[in-house]
Design a protein around this ligand. Structure first.
Ligand SMILES: [Zn+2]
Length: 253
């Protein structure tokens, strides 16, 4: 029955790949516009264990992009996502974390998972995910979207997200076309599946950018930063002060 369920993708990455997916533990941080396709495709693909972190509740203005929450207005998003996964693929074990990641719980949340998928809507949480993932040497699959545009990258060590953006720019707006989040979230899911089934990934240290209004995509390499406080190994733990203001690293130990 397992073979029947997944036979179309077993044709792509083999029964070995399917077994790796079944044994994999993936943590998705943020069950919103990006998290919706990530959770849907990873659950459908038969990832063995999915952790879902989100402290928000489903609002009416979320549903133009957060398609896994249909019918679940006012529910916590991690709990709503778990209900969706249960219907789509009851083989998947879901760990529900109905609260936000913060510097005090990040290492505990991340340490039990093999791959970390960042789908938050704030720079602060993105930096928390990056720093905790790098401290624990976990691959971090990143995306961010705005309007018709998005970016995608996979960080597995040096360089990391802080090499790319050492501190947060002015906070962006909230404009988003639902399909943009769908495209980039689906690409995050495919990067996770490639990492787990050992089918390569977007080369670590590259960023893919795309604009769906013109359908122009390009990628570039993040310049090497040997002084990066995080991936050069200088940072020794998670400290609240590194996630205030522009989130630049102020404290190392
Ligand atoms: Zn770095």
């Amino acid at each position: 029955m397992i073979f029947e369920k997944y036979k179309r993708q077993i044709e792509v990455f083999g029964i070995d790949g399917q077994e790796r997916l079944q044994n994999a533990r993936v943590l998705v941080i943020g069950a919103g516009g990006l998290g919706s396709p990530v959770i849907a495709y990873l659950a459908a693909a038969g990832v063995g264990r999915l952790g879902i972190v989100d402290g928000d509740t489903v609002e009416l203005s979320n549903l133009q992009r957060q398609i896994i929450h249909a019918g679940n207005l006012n529910e916590n998003k991690a709990e709503s996502a778990a209900m969706f996964v249960e219907k789509l693929n009851p083989d998947v074990v879901v760990d529900v974390y109905p609260y936000w990641i913060h510097p005090r719980n990040a290492l505990r949340l991340i340490k039990s998972y093999d791959v970390i998928v960042g789908c938050p809507d704030s720079f602060k949480i993105r930096y928390i995910i990056n720093d905790a993932s790098m401290l624990l040497k976990k691959p971090f699959v990143h995306s961010a979207v705005y309007g018709w545009e998005g970016e995608l990258s996979v960080f597995t060590g040096n360089p990391c997200y802080r090499c790319y953006l050492p501190e947060s720019p002015e906070t962006g707006g909230t404009a988003i076309v639902g399909a943009t989040a769908g495209v980039f979230g689906a690409m995050q899911a495919s990067e996770v599946i490639k990492l787990i089934t050992r089918n390569g990934s977007l080369t670590s240290g590259r960023v893919l950018r795309g604009d769906l209004s013109t359908m122009e995509f390009f990628s570039f390499t993040i310049p090497a930063n040997n002084n990066c406080p995080v991936c050069s190994g200088k940072l020794n733990g998670m400290f609240e002060e590194n996630y205030t203001g522009r989130c630049e690293i102020k404290r190392f130990v």
